[in-house]
Design a protein. Structure first.
Length: 522
């Protein structure tokens, strides 16, 4: 499942967009242009059907192309000449328009110039929902909803090739975007919960699950830089309920999902090239930004910068310290606190509990809901040293934890250098299941007080990425609390053995001497 970065309600724009249907990145500007194909049929219409937003979804400008198209269903941009392509599937049009932004270079203003247009019916398209421009070939890809076909045509409308999307399980393709890095196409339609990545010849590359947002009618898709600095993202606009079903609907939305990791489901790990999330033991100044100990931050190895993924103060956690964190593939966050706290909506939360945060937006404006994920007292985590301070999820679904001190859970006892596996039979307010020893720290020379395991993340390969409270020394490797190191196990449990390597040094990733409280690698 793709990681959700943010949800933006286009319905809340000062000039609302109830039915966003097209989205495109304008050159290298980090500006997204959104079109609304049916806003003029809605009572909220204020004369606009084009909307400029930044990557955070903030509305920058509005405009309209009503003299060219009253229903701009899809958008594409040619960076070579700065022209915009607009698809229009209305009965009296069924055309692709090419538009110049005029002297001001802004689309949707009075000096826009219609450069050319061509009809889509001659090459077989009666329902041109969206259009994408290929920077590789200079051609256009047109998605036809009624025939479930993608047409490749020249910018004059001459047919080059076509393929059916039903071959890989997609019908009614409403949105199509071109990825300039891979040369592949990203398409949305039916099922609404899936993004399809295909090669330009129609060969399926992968599918991406976006069901976390319960999309109703995704209608446009684009690839651009991530708003949180974590790499690249998929931006999708969702028209929501159709105005034919509710003439007063105003429920348009823009979603941003991380593209990183989706094209490599095996995620073999190693080398420190992965995006990773962390929470720090104290407030930290990283690349000029101040992050608090209740925040979750994300590191982009491409740009070598940190940015905020979860602002703990937005969730009422300013008086707390997150000391265990795991980011799920869908973008939800599991975390534990360093002390017992009273949390709005949940009541008393123990430092041996795990909470789950389900975001609707992340970053500087973190919103969403909190729920109890694991009740530590239900399963024997009931003494002060048994505070959970490290969290990860194993490939079999077991919850991996480390504790702040020694533990004794139903006869299973050990130290804060160990890692435990919890096999759950139920979670939430009635947590049941059993613990077992996953890593015996003493078997791998973790024995000093400074070698308390604080950061814990397990990769799909079984490799563990760890950090410690302070300086550590294991076979063939030593470091500090700001370093992340890998453990590749040969065996686990009561006879733990394996080899170590450096995953990412604090000096290289900008952490300096800042102790990593926990880590989640994706």
């Amino acid at each position: 499942m793709a990681r959700l970065i943010q949800t933006v309600n286009t319905s809340d724009f000062s000039s609302p967009s109830p039915d966003p249907s097209g989205i495109v990145l304008i050159g290298n500007s980090n500006i997204l242009l959104i079109s609304d194909s049916e806003v003029n049929e809605n009572p909220v219409f204020q004369g606009d059907n084009l909307y400029e937003v930044n990557l955070n979804g903030d509305l920058l400008n509005t405009g309209n192309v009503l003299e060219i198209s009253s229903e701009p269903t899809g958008l594409a941009y040619n960076p070579n000449n700065g022209n915009l392509f607009i698809s229009d599937d209305t009965d009296n049009s069924r055309r692709i328009y090419q538009v110049d932004g005029g002297n001001d270079g802004i689309f949707g203003t009075s000096d826009d110039i219609e450069v050319s247009n061509f009809r889509t019916i001659p090459f077989g398209s009666n329902d041109a929902e969206d259009v994408a421009y290929s920077t590789s070939s200079g051609n256009l890809f047109v998605s036809d909803g009624s025939s479930s076909t993608i047409y490749e045509v020249t910018t004059n409308g001459n047919l080059i090739s076509s393929f059916s999307t039903t071959n890989f399980g997609l019908s009614d393709p409403e949105g199509i975007g071109f990825d300039t890095q891979s040369g592949n196409l990203f398409i949305v339609g039916e099922p609404t919960t899936t993004v399809f990545e295909v090669a330009s010849n129609g060969t399926l590359v992968q599918t991406i699950d976006i069901s976390i947002v319960n999309p109703i009618q995704p209608a446009g898709i684009e690839i651009a830089s991530s708003s949180d600095g974590s790499g690249r993202s998929i931006y999708i606009v969702d028209r929501g309920v159709d105005e034919r079903d509710d003439p007063n609907e105003n429920d348009g939305r823009l979603y941003e999902f991380s593209l990183e990791g989706n094209d490599n489901p095996d995620n073999p790990g190693g080398g420190g090239d992965e995006v990773f999330y962390a929470t720090t033991r104290d407030s930290a100044n990283l690349n000029g930004n101040i992050f608090d100990d209740e925040d979750v931050i994300v590191y982009d190895p491409t740009t070598q910068t940190w940015s905020q993924y979860l602002d703990g103060s937005d969730l009422g956690l300013a008086a707390n310290d997150i000391d265990g964190v795991h980011v799920n593939n869908d973008g939800s966050v599991l975390f534990s606190l360093n002390q017992d706290s009273n949390i709005d909506g949940l009541g008393n939360v123990d430092d041996a509990d795990i909470l789950r945060f389900n975001p609707t937006s992340t970053g500087d404006n973190t919103t969403g809901s909190l729920e109890l994920y694991l009740d530590g007292s239900d399963v024997g985590l009931d003494s002060n040293p048994e505070d959970i301070d490290g969290i990860s999820i194993a490939s079999n679904g077991d919850i991996l934890i480390s504790t702040n001190g020694s533990y004794n859970i139903n006869g299973l006892s050990g130290e804060d250098k160990d890692i435990l596996a919890f096999a759950s039979s139920s979670l939430g307010s009635n947590t049941t299941g059993s613990f077992s020893l996953y890593v015996d720290g003493s078997d791998i020379s973790l024995s000093d007080n400074s070698e308390d395991v604080k950061g814990l993340s397990v990769l799909d390969s079984g490799e563990l990425v760890l950090s410690t409270l302070g300086n550590f020394q294991v076979e063939g490797l030593s470091g500090s609390g700001s370093d992340l190191f890998s453990f590749n196990p040969n065996s686990l449990g009561n006879n733990t053995s394996g080899s170590f390597s450096l995953f990412s040094s604090g000096a290289d990733n900008g952490l300096g001497n800042q102790v990593v409280a926990d880590i989640s690698v994706v």
